[in-house]
Design a protein around this ligand. Structure first.
Ligand SMILES: Nc1nc2c(ncn2[C@@H]2O[C@H](COP(=O)(O)OP(=O)(O)OP(=O)(O)O)[C@@H](O)[C@H]2O)c(=O)[nH]1
Length: 316
């Protein structure tokens, strides 16, 4: 059976995750939802109404630290249950650092057989987002690792220019949507290529021209290569980075044009863990077939990382 896609829905406490899920679930048939809540008494499953029988509550403790085993178990039980579902949405507690959750999804071999991480969708509150990002490291990490950012509460705080520029500084590549966007724009299931940074060049531009970093040590390296890359060079660099800088690599996403490969190859990594590279069906029509690589770093100068990569590629 082909692995079923998992969307991780994250965003700080009270940002509007459950509200958004309830609006979108009717448009997402055959979706199983896992809800995690911080604290002893789980309430959120009572509010996710649309797929009541498919909601599994992960209780007692934060998904990112205490109950990673529970997450693996819940997903395995779901896979073994024979229930008809095509995708999974995991709603995390607002306090979760998504890094360890992503690591769990990528490192458990049984899970990797049945599931594939499709995307991290991070909600940001247009009214309180700026203050939350200032005060909360978890909120910044949730933004940094997102594949898509979704603004909520723009009905009460319509001017989002400053917030968007702050988000761009933390994550130059994720598209910024609003929570009234259609389900397929927010969840965009199925095609792993859709979640990858096709617009890294534009992102690079944003990245370099936004000086407003608010002292954050999270930075992105966005690269584009027009010549096909040699896998050996890239793989040795990744191995070296995983061993020496694993904790500083919050996320790696890449679409690669590799020597000897006709199809694009997708690569995902979180800290020291990497998914096996996957062939995508084909390059999009009219694409220039350049490799794009985005690396979200914490406490590591992107220029140092880039110099290392280029040295490994030249040596290969
Ligand atoms: N005005 C406005 N209110 C919203 C919007 N989205 C959510 N809310 C309200 O914000 C509050 C929190 O929404 P929830 O959906 O429970 O937020 P959550 O992220 O699931 O919350 P936690 O599970 O506590 O992290 C509720 O009172 C919602 O009605 C929005 O787009 N606009």
């Amino acid at each position: 059976m082909t692995p079923r896609p998992i969307t991780l829905l994250t965003g700080f406490l009270g940002v509007g995750k459950t509200t958004l899920l309830n609006r979108l679930l009717p448009a997402l048939p055959r979706t199983a939802v896992l809800v995690n809540e911080f604290g002893e008494i789980g309430l959120d499953q009572l509010f996710v109404q649309a797929v009541e029988e498919d909601v599994v509550l992960l209780q007692a403790g934060c998904l990112c630290c205490t109950i990673r085993g529970d997450l693996s178990r819940a997903l395995r039980d779901l896979a073994a249950s024979g229930r008809p579902f095509d995708r999974v949405v995991i709603e995390t507690t607002g306090l979760a650092d998504p890094g360890p959750i992503l690591q769990t999804l990528m490192s458990d071999p049984l899970l990797r057989r049945d599931f594939v991480l499709d995307a991290v969708v991070t909600l940001v509150d247009a009214a309180h987002g700026m203050a939350t990002l200032e005060a909360q490291e978890e909120a910044r990490r949730q933004v940094a690792v997102a594949d898509r950012l979704v603004l909520t509460k723009t009905d009460v705080a319509p001017d989002t220019a400053a917030l968007e520029s702050r988000l761009r500084a933390l994550n130059p590549v994720a598209p910024i949507l609003r929570n009234d966007a259609p389900a397929e724009a927010i969840f965009a299931p199925g095609d792993p290529g859709r979640n990858l940074p096709w617009s890294a060049e534009e992102a690079h531009h944003h990245h370099h021209h936004d000086p407003n970093r608010h002292g954050s040590d999270i930075r992105a390296l966005c690269l584009r290569f027009s010549q096909p890359l040699r896998w050996e060079g890239l793989a040795s660099w990744l191995e070296m980075m995983a061993m020496t800088q694993g904790e500083r690599m919050l996320r790696l996403k890449a679409v690669l044009n590799l020597e000897g490969e006709e199809a694009p190859v997708a690569l995902h990594g979180v800290r020291h863990l990497f998914d096996a590279p996957r062939r995508l069906p084909a390059w999009p029509e009219g694409d220039d077939r350049s490799s794009r690589l985005v690396l979200i770093l914490r406490g590591l100068d992107p220029e140092v990382a880039e110099a290392g990569l280029r040295a490994f590629l030249e040596a290969a």
